[in-house]
Design a protein around this ligand. Structure first.
Ligand code: NAD
Length: 265
């Protein structure tokens, strides 16, 4: 039986990269998207083809839901339950940047609420729903070690790096970073490990607007590994978790950032 994964915001970018790497190891997938149905369809097709090329037969389904909306979160989980019957890995990936970068002295409450609702509140309560479901699964499976579900949250170096022209994004990612220790502490007794992946500068649509700025910074030595990260880099870290390669680690932060976090003199 294939392991089953649910990835939020997986129609493009890092979410799509994670879905693709999980497909290659034979996971069935729920591809959540908010608006772009044809991009989500493309993710589904690419994942099924990539799995096949690796010798796996997988089922990939897509489901439209805005993770910032309570009712949508409920429907997403109801869909995943009725479609696959169980969940082995939740990936909280969906996230947004502020619509416009604005100085912290001017930025609006509206933008703060929008970014916090999607980047922090949405994953927090989605994880709550999923955690309850995972506990039911573990209790059903008994203590034979068969059910070892996992939760992964994609945060950002912005959880600890100040960008005063997008403060609400930084505050949201810092808040999101508390999700992992909280759920790790609560779920360890059920054998459910919880991880945070902290990407650095990753080449996606989200970073296109600042491409020239980051090209220059990387060229000047911002990161010890002197290149942009890719969705595949993040996907491979999720694969390590999905494969249970870190069974005695929970509440762990995994930096996928080319060494950005290393202090240097
Ligand atoms: P992206 O904008 O290319 O993709 C984000 C996806 O999430 C989109 O498909 C979008 O539709 C979806 N999404 C947004 N709000 C949603 C909602 N309310 N409900 C459902 N889906 C929603 O961005 P990306 O670069 O792929 O980023 C993915 C995640 O990684 C985000 O959480 C982002 O904050 C984080 N991240 C990105 C970078 C980077 O450099 N690109 C770095 C660190 C962290």
């Amino acid at each position: 039986m294939n392991a089953v994964a649910l990835i939020t915001g997986a129609s493009r970018g890092i979410g799509r990269g994670i879905a693709l790497e999980l497909a290659k190891i034979g996971c069935d997938l729920t591809i959540n998207f908010r608006s772009n149905e044809s991009a989500a369809q493309q993710t589904v097709q690419t994942c099924v083809a990539a799995a096949k090329a690796c010798g796996h037969s997988i089922r990939a389904e897509m489901f439209k839901a805005d993770i910032a909306q309570s009712e949508d979160r409920r429907k997403l989980i109801a869909f995943a339950k009725s479609t696959f019957g169980r969940l082995d890995i939740l990936v909280n990936n969906a996230g947004i940047a502020p619509e416009a970068r604005a100085d912290i002295l001017d930025a609006s409450e509206e933008s703060f609420d929008r970014v916090l609702n999607t980047n922090a509140k949405g994953p927090y309560f989605l994880t709550q729903l999923v955690a309850r479901w995972m506990i039911e699964q573990v209790n059903r499976a008994g203590d034979n070690g068969k059910a070892k579900p996992k939760i992964v949250t994609i945060s950002s170096i912005s959880a600890y790096t100040a960008s005063p022209n997008r403060g609400e994004y930084c505050v949201a990612k810092a808040a999101l970073s508390m999700l992992t220790p909280l759920f790790a502490a609560r779920l360890a007794e059920y054998g459910i490990n919880v991880y945070e992946i902290r990407p650095g500068i990753i080449d996606t649509d989200m970073t296109q607007a600042v491409k020239a700025k980051y090209d220059k910074l990387i060229h000047e030595g911002l990161t010890p590994i002197p290149r942009w990260g890719t969705p595949e880099d993040v996907g491979l870290a999720v694969v390590a978790i999905a494969r249970d390669f870190m069974p005695f680690s929970t509440g762990q932060i995994i930096d996928v950032d080319g060494g950005f976090h290393v202090r240097r003199l």
